[in-house]
Design a binder for this molecule. Structure first.
Ligand code: ADP
Length: 672
């Protein structure tokens, strides 16, 4: 076995690999970019090596720098994790050339499977069922247009080198084909350096089922059962589970048989995933093979009781597979959710910033948490916005779901917008609970998944009031001069007024609701008057974010986190965001951005779709900005003329609110 490995990745996956390495007595070397100097994966590794500046292209994707780090630290093998260089054949080749073991399959398997087109051609030859489509090398517009006619509508244009749902366009009308093709090719070229596309018949409402496979250097290949990853947004997985529900044993046998065939076809070594889609009639089609460990591997680990990273390390060190097919069993049910820094209510826009407060559920026999960040860390625009993966398991799916609901109720995020409430709404949805939904669930249920505005519950008012009072009392005590006599009301009672009860008023805004909290001290108790209700309580404790209060008949606890601009209350699995009213009315004029097209977030300029002097109408696409792996097309906010374009294609926009394009509104243009 290796004595030392380098992990060519960051965040939760780097931390997760270290967990197994530590258990196996293997020393770990982390790599980091300038943006990650203080990151958890750096702190947890035995040693860490800087590989370049923040942009991935200059650090986590810099093959030479990573190989040099492995050589400098004496690492015998490199684990690539997922993403970054994990499916990069040149990287596997470079490791080999440097005499370092690449913990993954052979260069040739990565290369073939890295091209969806080549993979499909190979699979067809091995009797693996495929979605009808065009996988050819001829990529002229004429050839692709002719092929599109043959494949028929609806069709899907995919980047051959694609991944993460990028470079994909659905075409339902041939008139849309040229624009969709150009846009898919552009995204493919920018993201993967290869504009090659393939065309596939678009399967309506499919399920996404994938099979975990494992091969060793002795030619053995096994499967570790399936995962259902149908819960997706924008073709990206959000919730995964194992096993898949409502599958017949015949379907399972077909899936496993096809997956093993696919792995044998490329003499597969290490961990791989063979992905399929199932149509509504139950037809099974191969879509691609991922030649690495998947993000969602923990659900397989929970139901099989195996550690897939340990398997990877053993196989890479030349050992045979730890178990034979008949020894691998699938027990119970496991589910994983991806906790992202994104705003599902704003079209899943990534949210960057400092994690002012992050509380994740406690790990237990049924709850596992994989994360790479802690309170105080930042989610930057440079990398994936995943905060954590929460995995629960139980004997039945219903129990695993219940465990997940409890786990999410104990997850608190302040500083960036998290998707917890959205995940909770999905988990509570009857169709999700029934299982067997398809990849369109999120779109089809859009209306059922939007937040419902509700009045602030009295419990939340109470926690907010208790915290506000505690903070004020604390602040006042700090600024008061020492009292002349012990026990003086000036020292002990906050809000003390002669001949009157001590009294405070706090005002907060929550959405459309303005909340006035009137607090009066009566002996040891506080009396809160809010929304016409009178609530009498005592503060039991207020330490850090945790707040506990009691009334004559009950006890209540929650968490309250105040940042410079907001106060967040967590109670009973819900999060409520308030703005202290004094912070509102900063005088910022909403129309201030008028005349400018500003960046809604930091990112890279992918395309400029207009020229200086061009006339645009409201809604005209002006510029394409890529942030957190998603292309955002920015539209003209009004009719006007383009005066100045401030960024060129490829340039990085470092700050949100940065002016990208100067526009002259049409009305003004006429006046001039
Ligand atoms: P990527 O490598 O970018 O993740 P995949 O080929 O794995 O791309 O597909 C990602 C998702 O896109 C699938 O899980 C599925 O939801 C959808 N998808 C892929 N191919 C098809 C198809 N032919 N018809 C319908 N949906 C598809």
């Amino acid at each position: 076995m290796f004595q030392k490995i380098l992990i060519a990745n960051r965040g939760e996956i780097a931390c997760r690999i270290m967990r197994t390495a530590r258990r196996m007595g293997i020393a770990t070397v982390a790599i980091y970019s300038s943006a990650d100097a203080e990151a958890l994966h750096v702190r947890e590794a035995d040693e860490a090596h800087w590989v370049g500046p923040a942009p991935s292209a200059q650090s986590y994707l810099d093959i030479a720098a990573i190989i040099a780090a492995a050589q400098a630290t004496g690492a015998q093998a490199i684990h690539p994790g997922y993403g970054f260089l994990s499916e990069n054949a040149a990287f596997a080749e470079a490791c080999k050339a440097a005499g370092i073991v690449f913990i993954g399959p052979d260069v040739e398997a990565i290369r073939v499977m890295g091209s969806k087109s080549e993979a499909k051609a190979l699979m067809a030859g091995h009797g693996v069922p495929l979605v009808p489509g065009y996988y050819g090398a001829e990529q002229s517009d004429a050839a692709l247009t002719a092929a599109a006619q043959e494949v028929g509508l609806p069709l899907l244009i995919k980047a051959s080198a694609g991944g993460g749902g990028r470079g994909m366009r659905i075409v339902r009308d041939f008139a849309e084909f040229p624009a969709a093709l150009a846009s898919a090719q552009r995204e493919a070229r920018n993201a993967f350096g290869d504009p090659t596309v393939l065309l596939e018949r678009y399967i309506e409402n499919p399920r996404h089922i994938e099979v975990q496979v494992f091969g060793d250097t002795f030619g053995n290949v096994v499967h570790l059962h399936e995962r259902d990853c149908s819960l997706q947004r924008r073709h990206q997985k959000v919730i995964e589970e194992a096993p898949a529900v409502h599958l017949t044993e015949t379907q399972r046998a077909t899936l496993f048989g096809a997956a093993i065939k696919a792995a044998h076809a490329v003499n597969y070594v290490g961990a791989g995933t063979v992905e399929f889609i199932l149509d509504r009639a139950g037809g099974i089609y191969f879509i691609e093979m991922n030649t690495r460990l998947q993000v969602e591997h923990p659900v397989t680990e929970r139901v099989t009781g195996q550690d897939l990273v340990a398997w990877q390390l053993r196989v890479a060190a030349g050992e045979p597979l730890p178990l034979s097919q008949s020894e691998i069993t699938c027990r119970g049910h496991a589910i994983e959710v991806r906790v992202y820094a994104e705003d599902p209510d704003q079209n899943f826009q990534p949210s960057t910033g400092r994690l002012e407060h992050l509380a994740l559920p406690a790990e237990s026999a049924h709850v596992r948490v994989d994360t790479g960040v802690v309170t105080g860390d930042s989610v930057t625009p440079f990398y994936d916005a995943m905060i954590a993966k929460i995995i629960t398991d139980a004997d039945t799916r219903a129990d695993a779901l219940q465990q997940m609901q409890r786990a999410l109720a104990h997850t608190e995020i302040v500083g960036v917008t998290g998707n917890i409430p959205y995940l909770q709404r999905i988990l509570a949805h009857p169709e999700f609970q029934a299982g067997g939904f398809d990849t369109h669930f999120v779109d089809d249920q859009r209306d059922a998944l939007v937040p419902v505005a509700t009045a602030t519950p009295p419990e939340v008012c109470l926690l907010l009031a208790a915290h506000a009072h505690h903070q004020t009392a604390h602040a006042l005590r700090r600024y008061h001069a020492p009292a002349p006599e012990a026990g003086s009301p000036w020292e002990t009672l906050v809000g003390f007024r002669l001949n009157e009860d001590p009294c405070f008023t706090f005002k907060f805004q929550r959405g459309e609701e303005t909340l006035t909290l009137d607090l009066r001290q009566e002996g040891p108790s506080q009396v809160l008057i809010c929304a016409g209700q009178e609530l009498r309580f005592q503060i039991v404790s207020c330490e850090g974010a945790r707040v506990e209060v009691k009334s004559a008949t009950s006890r209540l606890h929650g968490a309250v986190v105040a940042t410079a601009r907001e106060t967040h209350v967590f109670w009973s699995g819900t999060q409520h965001r308030f703005t202290p009213l004094s912070l509102l009315d900063t005088g910022e004029d909403e129309t201030e951005a008028g005349g400018k097209l500003v960046a809604p977030m930091p990112g890279a300029v992918m395309a400029v779709l207009v020229e200086v002097g061009a006339t645009v109408t409201r809604g005209t696409p002006v510029l394409v900005l890529e942030a957190m792996k998603i292309e955002h097309t920015l539209l003209a906010p009004f009719d006007g003329t383009v005066l100045e374009i401030r960024y060129r294609v490829g340039e990085q926009v470092l700050r949100e609110g940065e002016e990208l394009v100067k526009l002259q509104p049409l009305t003004e243009a006429i006046e001039v």
